[in-house]
Design a protein around this ligand. Sequence first.
Ligand code: 13P
Length: 338
Amino acid sequence: METAKLESIARTLVNKGKGILAADESSGTIKKRFDSIKLESTEKNRLFYRHMLFTTEGIRNFISGVILFDETIHQTNQDGVPLHELLSRQGILPGIKVDKGAKEMPGFPGEKITEGLDGLHDRLVNYRDLGARFAKWRSVITIGQDIPTRQCIDANAHGLAIYAALCQEVGLVPIVEPEVLMDGAHDLELCEQVTADTLVSVFSELHHHRVHLEGILLKPNMVISGKTCAKQAQISEVAQATIRCFRRVVPSSVPGIVFLSGGQTPKQATENLNAINAIGTAPWQLSFSYGRALQETTLKTWGGKASNFSKAQEIFYHRSKCTAAARDASYQPVMEDQ
Ligand code: 13P
C-alpha cells in the first residue's frame, strides 16, 4: 500500500477553502432530479448537465474533487475529451461512486444493506487506470420504530471496511460514507446517539481490516433533527452536537470529514457547515461533499434549457463559493445576495 500517496490525495481533497462536489447520482436518482424540472433523463441530457457543471469557470477555486457515476467517467465532450479529464486539467481530482446501491436488508424490515463488493477489486483497478483518484461507498442507516438494529449497523460497517481496504490496495482514497438519514421525527439527541453508534462500529471494522486511517476521508451526516421533528435544533445546537459526537468517536488520525447535505436546503447546509467550522477546535479538516446542496438551485435555474446555460453556471459558481466560504467559517448570509 502506498500510504504517502493516499495521504497526499486525502489532504488535497480537504485543502483549505475547498471541498467535494458529489455529482455521482445513480440512474434512478438523476431521473428523480430531472423529474423535478420535468426533463427526460436521457444520456444526452445527463451529459449536457454535468458538462455544464464541470466547465463552470473558476470552480477550481472552491472544488477540490468531483465524484462521478460510472456513466460519466466514460463520457466525452464534443471534442472527444473525457469529462474526467476536463476536471483534472483544472486541478480537480476525479472520484468515482463504486457501490451498487442500498437494497432492502433481508429479515430486517425498513433497513438497508449496500451492495457492490463482488468484482470490486477489478472495477477499482479499471477506474484507477481511467484516472480516478478516490472512490465513494455509501451505506444508509434509518432511524425509526426499533431501528436501526445492531445487525444493520454492523453489516454496513463491515461492507464499508472491506471496500476501504480494497481501495487503498489499488491506490484509491476511500470516502467512507455511513449516512444516518434525516428522514423521520427523531430529535437531535437520538440522531447524535445513532450517529455515534454507527461510527464506533465503522471505525472498529476499519481498524480490524487494517485500513490506513490517514488515507481515508469520512463522509457522514451532520447531527441534526429529523426532518419532521416538531422541535428543529438551531444552527449552534447542530454544530455543537456534531463536533461533540465526532470528538468522541472519530480518531484524530483521519485527515478530513466531508459532510453530505442529506436533504438540507442549500442555505441550511452552508450555515451549519459554517457554524461547525466556527467552533474551531477540531483535529480534522471539516469540509463538504455535497450533492443536492450544491446542485439544487443550479438544476432549477437550468430547467433543461440550453438558453439558461450561463445563468445556471453563475448560480453554480455562487453556491460553490458560499459553501467553500463556510468550509473556512467565513460565510456571511449577505453573500447570498451578492
Ligand atoms: P447529498 O449532499 O445530496 O446528500 O449527496 C451526497 C452524496 O454523495 C450522497 O451519497
